[in-house]
Design a protein around this ligand. Structure first.
Ligand code: NAD
Length: 481
């Protein structure tokens, strides 16, 4: 790392009750650059006393923030969006250092987060109620109020955008947030919080804690101060947190795992489909909950598709995300390369054919070659469990009903993709898949105005769009005669 880069990486801290808290006597977590293995910084971990202080501050801040006019809440978000754009270069570089994805990707994340804040700045003023039909002089009305303090847990895979998603809608709605982002990528979350504070957000409205995840979630979710849990992460952890939230009957938004089916019909535009899917698959080294993963390719084009796809994805240059020539960065942590090794070994043992990749790239960092496994039997682990990495599995299918059954076979229901030039087929498949989001001839599913979320064990509730704001509101009906 050169001197400028080193200087740009911030001193890591918690933000509690309007104060930045540094390590002191607290335990620390070492933050590692996954491309080089070097230590970037030491992150203080919250104590029980820090968490109690954060809860108390959130409770106090709630009274002030819910009474702050929506236009003022929106103005803070709009200013924070501008600051994020101004600071995009530094924020993106630090995110790439922490998480590994390419600089082009982290820049998009900063700009996407700014766009989300702008969207919620506007949406804050549209929390309309409803007047019910009643006799003259009587009124019954439905109003929406902020749900209250939110405990939000964000993972490392979108180090800027996940925190922004956890903050934008609740802040617009009038709710304070205690955010625990992943300990792996703290500087990115700190930058998002700093932009909000510099934009004038009261300190107690946006607090940031890091810690031992299980300790933090148990502590915060046991408190009656917290009225909502918002979690993004694995289905297993999500189920655990839902149980903790049940004791005090908290509102929940759960953004859990996925294992997206990709249905490639024989009437697709083959070259475009290969290109779209190859670039979509290597995005963040496949560590994306909506990553295209289980490729069902119609039997007439299966072999040709696999040959073209393996050649294209196998040729993508893997390297440090800071290097402009890299098309894919490292995996975010060594847990992921170990997981890839196990998934690939198991699939091959079950009879799958390795078409490209299938191994780590030696030396420093956690690099893994983009991998294609074809003819993977249904019994292989990777056909059933979310791989969360740059690995694609393919299997041929005969007809429409056959592929719908395969696509809907798993308990996941986050994203599904289909590639076809036949409009009627596109509509039929979009209706038939059990999934919160569907991409037809595209792998891009996230936009500020579009609800993002899953069904089945992929979770419930949406982030983004008006639905994301309504997830931070509760309903009150007032009757007057
Ligand atoms: P993990 O399941 O241990 O952790 C996932 C996330 O949940 C992390 O951010 C972690 O800090 C947090 N977490 C874990 N235990 C927690 C607890 N008790 N309380 C609060 N937060 C907790 O796995 P991992 O190795 O970090 O990530 C790999 C798996 O996580 C993947 O297989 C994938 O399924 C899932 N994941 C999903 C998303 C997503 O966008 N839905 C993002 C990142 C990871």
């Amino acid at each position: 790392m050169n001197d400028t880069a080193a200087a740009e990486y911030p001193r890591l801290a918690l933000h509690v009750d309007g104060e930045w808290l540094h390590a002191g006597d607290r335990r620390v977590h070492r933050v590692i650059n996954p491309a080089t293995g070097e230590t970037l910084g030491e992150l203080p971990l919250a104590t029980a006393a820090d968490l109690d202080r954060a809860l108390d501050a959130a409770n106090r801040a709630y009274r002030v923030w819910r009474a702050t006019p929506a236009l003022e809440r929106g103005a803070v978000l709009r200013k924070a969006a501008r600051l994020l754009r101004e600071r995009a270069d530094v924020i993106a570089r630090n995110a790439t250092r922490e998480e590994g994805k390419t600089l082009a990707e982290t820049r998009i994340e900063v700009l996407g987060s700014a766009n989300l804040f702008d969207f919620y700045a506007e949406e804050a003023r549209r929390v309309y109620g409803r007047l019910l039909v009643r006799p003259p002089g009587a009124r019954s009305m439905v109003v929406h109020e902020p749900v209250g303090p939110v405990a939000a847990f964000a993972p490392w895979n979108f180090p800027i955008n996940n925190p922004a998603r956890k903050l934008g809608a609740p802040i617009a709605a009038g709710c304070p947030v205690i955010l625990k982002p992943a300990e792996e990528a703290p500087a990115s979350a700190i930058a998002v919080v700093q932009a909000l504070l510099d934009a004038g957000l009261p300190g107690g409205v946006c607090q940031l804690v890091f810690g031992v995840p299980d300790e933090v979630s148990r502590h915060l979710l046991a408190s009656p101060v917290i009225r909502k849990l918002s979690f993004t992460g694995s289905t297993a952890v999500g189920k655990h947190l839902l149980k903790l939230a049940a004791d005090t009957v908290k509102r929940t938004t759960m953004e859990l795992g996925g294992h997206a089916p990709v249905i490639v019909f024989d009437d697709c535009d083959l070259e475009k489909t290969v290109e779209t899917l190859a670039l979509g698959k290597v995005r963040n080294a496949g560590q994306v909950c909506v990553s295209p993963t289980r490729f069902y390719v119609q039997e007439g084009i299966h072999d040709r598709f696999v040959a073209l796809f393996a050649a294209r994805i196998g040729g993508i240059r893997v390297g440090d995300g800071l290097d402009a020539a890299s098309g894919m960065g490292p995996m975010a942590n060594p847990r992921r390369t170990v997981a890839m090794e196990q998934f690939v070994g198991d699939a091959v043992a079950h009879g799958a054919r390795l078409r490209t990749g299938g191994e780590a790239i030696g030396g420093q960092g956690f690099f893994w070659r983009p991998t294609v496994l074809s003819d993977v039997p249904m019994t292989a682990r990777i056909m059933n469990e979310e791989p969360f990495g740059p690995v694609v599995v393919t299997a041929p299918f005969k007809g429409f009903d056959d592929v719908v059954e395969q696509a809907n076979r798993l308990p996941y229901g986050l994203a599904a993709f289909a590639f076809t030039e036949n409009g009627r087929r596109a509509r039929l498949i979009a209706d038939a898949v059990e999934s919160g989001m569907v991409g037809i001839n595209t792998v891009l599913l996230a936009a500020p105005d579009a609800p993002f979320g899953g069904v089945k064990e992929s979770g419930h509730g949406s982030e983004d769009g008006p639905e994301g704001l309504h997830a931070c509101l509760v309903t009150k009906t007032i009757h007057e005669v």
